[in-house]
Design a protein around this ligand. Structure first.
Ligand SMILES: *Cc1c(COP(=O)(O)O)cnc(C)c1O
Length: 381
């Protein structure tokens, strides 16, 4: 074979390319094993260290670690005072957990439309849905791309509403120079296995107000103030339960995994951004493909890389034949029986449902795999 032949050869994928991969740092096993050996498994020193690290690495304000992103959302809504009879406005372009966490409080999820250009809550579609019962707005940063938080915050301020961000996709994203996790009344993260920082399962609640952040800490563990409940001579903590709390704390063995996975996270996120830049530049102008919109005042965490395609089923099949996974990840959740049981009249959501698609973006993607994905898409479908 002539040496200059290599450029013309079709790129062969190393193996089938999944949509997601779970990142576990090479030293994680050792660090988790040390916790197991210590037998101090539950919430303790490592959870506090994990929380401090979230602040130093990502600028999160008062993060309280919990056992899932769903627990984070439920707890934030509870501390925000959302309860039976209240309404919470959210987009349908999300995972069902955003909606179920609202139902858990006894409140009703009210779906607002999204922007077709990026899948995020449309600030212009919120106000006419506000009633006397509306208590909160829950924006979801789809794929890690920050919502219009200034506009959403302004609507909330005009009507005295609380903003609870579902930032399950958005750890490490920034909006107008500020980290997601330091902007709204409450911000909730997920560290579930396929999110870009994982503790196996886990999450965090950030509350802007220190008193509310304190309440989050108590209510993630039954409502007991651990710092001010000394052991009595009889051998039980002394406390008076005043508020309903939950068993939502994170455990130290999970925090050890999270801490290990935070090693080198900025380099890994740089790599995700570099791959996203390649997808953006090299797929520009491919017939039948329209990129999502990106504004210069915010930076995505790039948990996902999505765009709009024509002939979506052909696109998915074409990629599948080439060993590449492509997925809608989630379509609008409003059709679920639990949330009303019918597709609502959300014009942009319905268009988004029909054309959105996501391609692999994760820590295990090699340059060869990225080359292959781009080459296959450029061949058309
Ligand atoms: C992952 C996810 C959640 C739930 O997080 P868990 O940690 O799995 O409970 C909530 N909202 C969105 C948008 C998610 O993607």
């Amino acid at each position: 074979m002539a040496p200059d032949d290599s450029a013309a050869r079709p790129v062969v994928p190393p193996a089938d390319i999944p949509l997601f991969s779970t990142y576990v740092h090479p030293r994680a096993a050792e660090q988790v094993a040390a916790v197991l050996a210590s037998t101090m498994l539950s919430e303790g020193r490592l959870v506090r260290q994990f929380e401090q690290q979230l602040t130093t690495e990502f600028g999160l304000l008062h993060p309280a670690a919990v056992n899932s992103g769903t627990s984070a959302l439920h707890l934030a809504l509870e501390v925000a005072g959302v309860g039976p009879g209240d309404e919470v406005i959210l987009p349908a372009q999300t995972f069902v957990a955003s909606g179920t966490s609202i139902l858990q409080t006894g409140a009703v999820p009210i779906f607002a439309d999204i922007r077709y250009a990026d899948g995020n809550l449309d600030p212009a579609d919120i106000e006419h849905r506000i009633t006397r019962r509306t208590k909160a707005i829950m924006p979801v940063h789809w794929g890690g791309y920050p919502c219009d938080l200034a506009e959403i915050g302004a609507v909330a301020a005009r009507h005295g509403l609380v903003v609870v961000e579902d930032a399950a996709h958005a750890l490490g994203a920034t909006y107008r120079g500020q980290p997601i996790g330091a902007i709204s009344d409450y911000t909730c993260f997920s560290f579930q296995a396929i999110k870009h920082l994982t503790t196996g399962d886990g999450g965090a609640v950030c509350a802007l107000d220190p008193a509310q952040a304190e309440e989050v800490l108590h209510r993630r563990w039954f409502g007991i103030d651990r710092a001010h409940s000394p052991m009595s001579e009889l051998g039980e903590r002394e406390y008076d339960l005043r508020q309903l709390g939950y068993k939502y704390h994170l455990s130290d063995y999970a925090a050890a995994l999270g801490l290990a996975n935070m090693t080198g996270i900025h380099e890994r996120m740089q790599r995700r951004r570099a791959i996203a830049r390649r997808y953006h530049a090299e797929l520009q102008g491919v017939p039948g493909l329209t990129h999502f919109e990106y504004q210069t005042d915010r930076e995505s965490a790039y948990w996902l890389f999505g765009f709009h395609v024509e002939q979506r089923l052909s696109f998915i099949r074409q990629l599948k034949a080439a060993g590449i996974s492509a997925s809608v990840v989630h379509v609008g959740i409003d059709h679920n029986t639990l949330f009303g049981g019918k597709r609502m009249e959300l014009r942009n959501q319905r268009r988004f449902d029909d054309t959105q698609i996501h391609i692999p973006l994760h820590d295990a993607l090699t340059d060869r795999a990225v080359d292959h994905i781009i080459a296959v898409i450029k061949q058309g479908w």
